[in-house]
Design a protein around this ligand. Structure first.
Ligand code: 0X9
Ligand code: ZN
Length: 415
C-alpha cells in the first residue's frame, strides 16, 4: 500500500496540472525540447554540467537541448542573460512520445514472440531478449564463448562474447566492440548484435582477429530507458543525492578524468565520485586490461550524429598518436558504410569537432592501454529522430556499419 501512495500523488498532480491520463512517460511530462541559437558557444554544455538541462545535439549548426519541467524558468533566465535565444520544438515530451507511439504501426505491446535465433529488426530488444540471443549464439557456435564480466548495480550481467579466429594459431590481434554504455542509445546495442551475427557467420572473412563484443554495457540504464524515462543516459546506481541516480559511464574512465564532466549528481554528465567508481566501468576496464596486448582496435558504439570520432576527446589542443592512420582508416569505414545505403558518416576529431569531454572509453583505451585504433561511432540519424530512432532503421544501419567495419578491419589486418 505504502509504495502506491507516491504514484497516486504524482498521477493526481500530473493529471491536474497537464490534464493528461498518466502513461509510462510520466517522468518526462512537461519537459521541453529547445533549439538554441545566437551566441551559443559552450553555454549548453555548461548548463548541462550544472544539471539544468540535457544536451541532445551539439553539432556545428544545431544545438538541441531537453529542459526538464522543474528547470524551465531558470534555464530561460540564464539563457537570456547569456544572449542565447531559444525556440520550443517540443512543448511536452511525454505527449510527444505518446503521440509517436500511437502513430507507429505496431504498439510496443504487439511484439511477435521472440525465438532467440536472430537479433530482432522489427523492434528494439529487451535486455532479456538480448541475453537469450547471446546464450543461443554461444551454444550454437564453437568459436563463441559468453562470459559475464561483472554485474550492474541492479544485479544484471554485463555480457561479453569472445569470438575466436577460425584458426587458433592466428590468435594474435583482437578487436573490442562496446555498445549501450549510454542508456537511451538503443540503436547501438541493436547494431552490436547484428555485427555479432555477421561475425559468427564469418560473412566478412575477417576471421584472423579475436573479437570481443560487449553489446550491453549499461543494462540497468537501458531497461530504465525502456520502462520509465526514454531519454535516460546514465547508469542507475544510487548517488549521495537521493533525488538523482546515475553516473555518466562515458565520463567515469581514468584518463584526464573530470574535463568536460560534472561533479554534480543531478547532471547528465555526472562523472561519479572517482574514476571507475561504477561496477559497469570496472567490469569493462578489467576485461579489456586482460587482453590489452592483443587489442588493435576499440570501437565504442553510440548515437546519434553519423560521425566516426577519433581521439582525443579530453583536449582539442593535443594531437593523439597515429592521428593520420586513424583518419585514413576512418575514411575507409565511411566510404564502405556509404556504399550500403548512401548514408554519410563524417570522420571527425572528438574534442575539436564535437566537444571536449574526458573519461570516455576511447580516450582511456588509447591513452592508458595504448591501443592504436580507438573510435567512438555515433550511429544514425543526423537529428530528425535522434535517440528516438524508429526500428525500421535497425537493419539498414546495421548493414552499413557492418560494411564499414569489414572494410576497416581488412585494412588493419594488412598492417
Ligand atoms: O559525449 C559522449 O560521451 C559521446 N557522445 S554522446 O552523444 N553519444 O553522448 C562522445 C564521446 C566521444 N569521446 C570522447 N569525448 N572521448
Ligand atoms: Zn553516447
Amino acid at each position: 500500500m505504502v509504495s502506491v501512495v507516491p504514484f497516486v500523488i504524482v498521477a493526481a498532480v500530473t493529471f491536474t496540472v497537464f490534464g493528461k491520463e498518466p502513461t509510462r512517460h510520466e517522468l518526462l511530462r512537461g519537459h521541453q525540447i529547445w533549439q538554441l541559437s545566437g551566441d551559443v558557444g559552450a553555454v549548453p554544455l555548461e548548463l548541462m554540467q550544472e544539471g539544468l538541462l540535457d544536451v541532445l545535439e551539439h553539432s556545428g549548426t544545431s544545438k538541441k537541448v531537453r529542459v526538464p519541467f522543474q528547470s524551465l524558468e531558470e534555464t530561460r533566465r540564464l539563457l537570456q542573460e547569456k544572449g542565447v535565444s531559444h525556440e520550443i520544438l517540443v512543448e511536452d515530451l511525454a505527449t510527444f512520445l505518446e503521440d509517436g507511439e500511437r502513430l507507429s504501426k505496431r504498439s510496443a505491446m504487439e511484439r511477435d514472440e521472440y525465438n532467440c535465433s536472430e537479433p530482432r529488426h522489427d523492434s528494439y530488444m529487451t535486455f532479456e531478449e538480448m541475453e537469450c540471443f547471446l546464450k543461443r549464439l554461444s551454444e550454437n557456435s564453437p568459436r563463441a564463448s559468453l562470459t559475464s564480466i561483472g554485474k550492474s548495480c541492479e544485479n544484471r550481467d554485463i555480457w561479453m562474447v569472445h569470438l575466436r579466429p577460425d584458426d587458433p594459431r592466428d590468435s594474435e590481434e583482437a578487436v573490442w566492440i562496446e555498445a549501450g554504455i549510454h542508456a537511451r542509445e538503443w540503436i547501438s546495442s541493436a547494431v552490436a548484435l547484428h555485427i555479432l551475427k555477421e561475425l559468427v557467420q564469418d560473412n566478412g572473412n575477417i576471421g584472423q582477429f579475436d573479437v570481443y563484443v560487449v553489446p550491453m554495457a549499461n543494462p540497468d540504464g537501458y531497461e530504465y530507458s525502456r520502462n520509465s524515462d526514454r531519454l535516460w543516459r546514465k547508469n542507475r546506481c544510487k548517488t549521495s543525492n537521493a533525488n538523482c541516480a546515475g553516473v555518466d559511464l562515458n565520463r567515469n574512465w581514468n584518463f584526464h578524468y573530470g574535463v568536460g564532466a560534472s561533479d554534480i549528481e543531478c547532471s547528465e554528465v555526472f562523472r561519479g565520485t572517482e574514476p571507475f567508481s561504477e561496477p559497469e566501468t570496472k567490469a569493462l576496464r578489467d576485461a579489456m586490461t586482460k587482453v590489452k596486448d592483443q587489442l588493435k582496435m576499440v570501437l565504442s558504439l553510440h548515437s546519434y550524429g553519423q560521425q566516426l570520432l577519433y581521439p582525443w576527446g579530453f583536449s582539442k589542443h593535443e594531437i593523439a598518436p597515429n592521428t593520420e592512420d586513424l583518419i585514413a582508416k576512418g575514411k575507409v569505414f565511411a566510404d564502405a558504410a556509404k556504399s550500403a545505403h548512401n548514408k554519410a558518416y563524417k570522420v571527425v576529431n572528438s574534442a575539436g569537432d564535437l566537444y571536449t569531454a574526458s573519461g570516455a572509453t576511447d580516450d582511456w583505451a588509447k591513452g592508458v592501454l595504448g591501443v592504436k585504433y580507438t573510435y567512438t561511432l555515433e550511429l544514425r540519424d543526423e537529428g530528425e529522430f535522434g535517440f528516438i530512432l524508429e526500428p525500421s532503421h535497425i537493419l539498414p544501419c546495421s548493414e552499413e556499419v557492418w560494411k564499414g567495419l569489414e572494410a576497416l578491419l581488412k585494412e588493419i589486418i594488412k598492417e
